[in-house]
Design a protein around this ligand. Structure first.
Ligand SMILES: [Zn+2]
Ligand SMILES: [Zn+2]
Length: 344
């Protein structure tokens, strides 16, 4: 227990509902056996926190955190001072899914950081050691958070599509929010730079980032999807990925799929209507869900972040101090941002 000196108390943001956030002074937790105390240096905002901002939260939110180990309980191995990121799902490591490496499908999860366990908007976060992933000392913490929902979730959605389709030549992403940008970036890196990746949205700001990242922006306020595809001489795509959670988006993603194409649903939300014979059987298409990503992907993804650092850094458009968390959320939820990160 060779601990760095940490303060006894810390100021944490409490999400009260209605967009109100109040700061409260509480004790800094102490790590028990198998646990680490992380000093949080950066935590990225996520669209999935909208509910907590609007309706309030019992725990401290924040599930895209990067920081440094400052205290360690008994039976831990990670040295004090190690920088790293925190995986959202506190997986058991021994169930049927975990033993196959599918920690994002753990059957015996101990919790989700920032949703039912205190998360990364606090100055210090207490975690079980298995969800900490060490990173290189030279990676700045805001960019390190890109390993989670952006590179991790985005990459897993692409991996899901590749299970079904070994020859992807075109991709259509519905929604240019942070997850959509992550999917676009990982499509370019995993499948190939030359593959056209179309990204639809209604926000000019986000579509400008799409263009910067090498995607083809489709502003559905200006033209229909059909018109855009005609213009680009595209008849159908091999992979559609919905990050919007909207029924209309999913339907159009399914409709533009080529034979043997796959629709991957990443964004939670509305339903999808399927005409089984026409949509699935006859063209042998597939529809898959994709939830977060397996912990083991972090190793490959760290290498990707190191090789494409500037590319991922461009997805972060705003950085806020911890005291300005309310302003950060107000701006982020208006849709005029890329990824927004709280730094401490
Ligand atoms: Zn998230
Ligand atoms: Zn498990």
């Amino acid at each position: 227990m060779n601990n760095v000196s940490t303060p006894l108390t810390m100021k944490v943001p409490r999400f009260k509902g209605g967009g109100f956030i109040e700061f409260e002074e509480i004790s800094v937790p102490k790590p028990g056996p198998g646990q680490l105390l992380i000093q949080v240096k950066a935590n990225a905002l996520c669209g999935s926190e909208r509910g907590q901002f609007i309706n309030g939260a019992v725990v401290i939110p924040g599930h895209e955190a990067a920081g440094v180990v400052v205290a360690a309980g008994k039976h831990t191995r990670v040295p004090i001072g190690t920088p790293g990121v925190i995986y959202l799902m506190d997986f058991c490591g021994t169930c049927r899914a975990c033993s196959q490496g599918f920690t994002n499908q753990c059957r015996n999860k101990r919790g989700d950081m920032g949703f039912n366990k205190d998360g990364g908007y606090a100055p210090y976060e207490l975690i079980n050691e298995n969800i900490f992933f060490p990173i290189d000392k030279n990676i700045p913490f805001p960019e390190a958070t890109m390993l989670l929902d952006i590179i991790g979730t985005g990459g897993h959605a692409i991996d899901r599509g590749r299970i079904l389709h070994p020859d992807i030549q075109s991709v259509f992403v519905m929604g240019a929010g942070p997850i959509g940008l992550g999917v676009l970036a990982m499509a370019k890196i995993i499948i190939g730079k030359e593959i056209p990746v179309f990204v639809s949205d209604f926000e000019d700001y986000r579509l400008e980032i799409v263009e910067k990242l090498g995607g083809i922006p489709l502003n559905l306020k200006k033209k229909s999807l059909h018109e855009f595809f005609m213009e680009n001489d595209v008849k159908a795509v091999d992979l559609s990925i919905d990050t919007s959670g909207k029924k209309a988006a999913r339907q159009s993603g399914l409709k533009v799929l080529d034979q043997q194409g796959a629709l991957i649903c990443v964004g939670h939300g509305e339903e999808l209507h399927i005409d089984v014979s026409i949509d699935l059987i006859h063209p042998e298409r597939a529809i898959l869900g994709s939830e977060y990503f397996p912990y083991r992907d972090l190793e490959r993804n760290l290498d990707i972040l190191n090789r494409h650092f500037e590319y991922f850094s461009a997805i972060i458009t705003h950085r806020f101090e911890a005291e300005k968390i309310k302003e950060a959320f107000d701006l982020f939820l208006k849709g005029q941002t890329g990824k927004v990160v709280i730094v401490q």
